[in-house]
Design a protein around this ligand. Structure first.
Ligand SMILES: Cc1ncc(COP(=O)(O)O)c(C=O)c1O
Length: 300
């Protein structure tokens, strides 16, 4: 990947990732054998839910919150994961042990409605139970420069369509947003809400810093990001004024700093939005401070 092609989920190359074992329906299998059926609901229709979690110093960060969100999402789509919380956590720990990982790992837990008997949409055609997989990789986030964003016409789903709080397998609207941003010469997309206020990016939550204050969207139209909430909590605990509020692109272009949050990259600096440099174009002091507070919180 060149400097011209940067993503928020970029990590150092790690040759060990070619030899990882994948947890697939209760078995640990080499990557090349970790395959699912073309009849799988996830492959065919994006019918499933997922979580991304990160390991710092032998601890899966905010694991309870991630497992809560996974079960909430499964319940929302009426999908029986087929195991309880303890079972899911054990599967994560087994995968970690099998791969000999102790820190700087990232796992994607995925559960789909499973294999269908016919290649059509109706959920009742998935009859043999869910498909669950855990991809766990060695992962140290590494960005060559701050991220560049471009605003796009796409919005995340509305609560009455594909709720933006669902970590659904199908990410097509976010992928379309990302493609549009790339075509506009940026790395990823800045998505507005249905009223035109600044909302989120296609893969992370979005914050700006203005005159010592930290602003993020109301939270009504974006993923209820766990990192987002931790950043808000850290600001409150450290007397940094933080606001969940509506704001527009006018407020955003003149921000002193902007950054993204997500489990993968923690806090990712934003250098440019729609061709306008944000602040100095480099990571600003508030972003640095919040990153340090977050690092201390997760024990990284
Ligand atoms: C669209 C979107 N926004 C934000 C996030 C970040 O959420 P979290 O901080 O819980 O990783 C994610 C990650 O799943 C996401 O898919």
């Amino acid at each position: 990947m060149t400097d011209d092609h940067v993503t928020t989920h970029q990590a150092e190359d790690d040759a060990r990732n070619e030899r990882i074992l994948i947890w697939l329906n209760g078995r640990l299998v080499p990557k090349a054998q970790a395959t699912v059926s073309v009849y799988d609901s996830g492959f065919m229709l994006g019918d499933g839910v997922w979580e991304g979690i990160r390991l710092y110093n032998n601890r899966w960060t905010f694991l309870d919150e991630h497992i809560d969100r996974l079960f909430e999402a499964a319940r929302a789509i009426d999908l029986d994961i087929g195991m309880d919380r303890a079972g899911v956590i054990q599967a994560v720990l087994d995968t970690q042990a099998a791969n000999g990982m102790t820190t700087d790992a990232h796992a994607r837990l995925m559960v789909t409605r499973g294999v269908k008997i016919r290649p059509f949409q109706h959920p009742s055609l998935s009859r043999s139970g869910p498909t669950m997989a855990i991809i766990m990789e060695h992962s140290r986030p590494k960005l060559p420069r701050p991220i560049r964003l471009a605003t796009v016409p796409h919005i995340r789903g509305l609560p009455m369509s594909q709720d933006p709080k669902l970590n659904s397998h199908s990410k097509l609207n976010c992928i379309l947003a990302c493609i549009a941003a790339e075509k506009a010469g940026a790395d990823e997309a800045l998505m507005l809400d249905v009223h035109g206020f600044v909302n989120t990016t296609n893969a992370c939550n979005f914050f700006i810093v203005k005159k010592g204050q930290v602003w993020t969207s109301t939270g009504d139209y974006c993923m209820n990001g766990i990192t987002r909430q931790k950043v808000i909590d850290l600001c409150r605990a450290n007397a940094i004024p933080v606001f969940e509020r509506n704001f527009s692109l006018v407020d955003t272009y003149s921000a002193d700093e902007a950054f993204l949050t997500g489990t993968f990259g923690a806090q990712t600096p934003v250098g440019m939005i729609d061709g306008r440099q944000i602040g100095t174009g480099q990571m600003g002091p508030m972003t640095e401070r919040i990153r340090a507070l977050y690092k201390a919180l997760v024990g990284a």
